[in-house]
Design a protein around this ligand. Structure first.
Ligand code: AMP
Length: 280
């Protein structure tokens, strides 16, 4: 695996692959890798000839400076994991390569970005949309692989690629979970042992709500009960726990189309998000 930190070197490698007729996949990450990230690499390896992974902790998508400062950084370990997983090229740019002096452009997917995460993390998705657009243009990848773990992000990425005619096919990959149901996340390492034991209550409550909603229970009641269960288990604020249309993320009062339950909740100073399919 080769590691490059600047755009010229990146483009040089990719141009060589494309000249040889090889397809290119990209897996964007912020590092602090876990098996969830590696499942995206596997999907990319299965779907394209060459695989680029990117590691960039994007300052533009952190609305909370403390969260940015505390974000785990494990570069060497990450590089070893990616090499072992069969990544061909690791693109790991410093912030000034992505946002040079005078950088003034941003990409906003209106509507979708204002919902859910957007309500609680203002500007977050503008940062995501901008950096993802840049990564698509810098890598010129034919395909890009994103986790369903960040469902709203996946919908936003699909929309921006379509809206801006970026010739990249977006593939969503299933959420990898720990044995107890907790969605794998780089942030899980910040949970205390006691909070780690509490954490699966979020997915458990969402799954229970999903089951009763599928069986015809009133949506609002099922969601209220789930929020209460999460708090009773020991979580702090439940920012949202809602049933939404799977693509447009519109609020749903009944299960009349493909749907997800999406949630964000605080546990011991760590903000956890999750989502599940609730299509009948
Ligand atoms: P991040 O490093 O958190 O920005 O995540 C990089 C990519 O990995 C995103 O597309 C995430 O949706 C995906 N991802 C994160 N956690 C998981 C997981 N548990 N299962 C599958 N994909 C994941």
């Amino acid at each position: 695996m080769r590691t490059v930190r600047d755009v010229k070197a990146l483009r040089g490698v990719v141009a060589g692959w494309k000249a040889a007729g090889q397809s290119v996949g990209v897996v964007p990450t912020m590092g602090a890798l876990h098996p969830g990230h590696l499942s995206l690499v596997s999907a990319a390896r299965a779907g394209t000839d060459r695989v680029i992974a990117t590691i960039f902790v994007n300052p533009m998508q952190f609305n909370n400076p403390e969260d940015l400062a505390k974000y785990p950084r494990t570069e060497e370990r990450d590089a070893g994991m990616l090499a072992a997983a069969g990544v061909d090229l690791l693109f790991m740019p410093p912030p000034e390569v992505v946002y040079p002096e005078g950088f003034a452009t941003s990409v906003r997917v209106s509507g979708l970005s204002a919902e859910l995460e957007g309500m609680f993390r203002p500007g977050h998705f503008d940062g995501v949309a901008t950096v993802v657009t840049k990564l698509f243009l810098m890598t010129a990848a034919d395909r890009a692989f994103f986790g369903e773990k960040d469902w709203q992000q996946l919908q936003i990425v699909r929309r921006l690629a379509r809206d801006l005619n970026i010739p990249v096919a977006i593939t969503g990959c299933p959420t990898l979970r720990e044995a107890d149901g907790l969605a794998m996340s780089s942030r899980n390492t910040r949970l205390s042992a006691a909070d780690r034991a509490t954490a699966p209550a979020l997915h458990r409550a969402m799954s229970a709500a999903g089951t009763v909603i599928r069986n015809g229970a009133p949506v609002a009641e099922a969601l209220t009960r789930a929020r209460q269960e999460v708090q009773r288990a020991g979580f702090g604020e439940v920012e949202y726990l809602e049933l939404r249309g799977a693509e447009g993320l519109e609020p749903l009062q009944m299960l009349d189309r493909p749907a997800r339950i999406l949630a964000a909740a605080w546990l011991g100073g760590v903000r956890l998000i999750d989502n599940i399919d609730v299509t009948r």
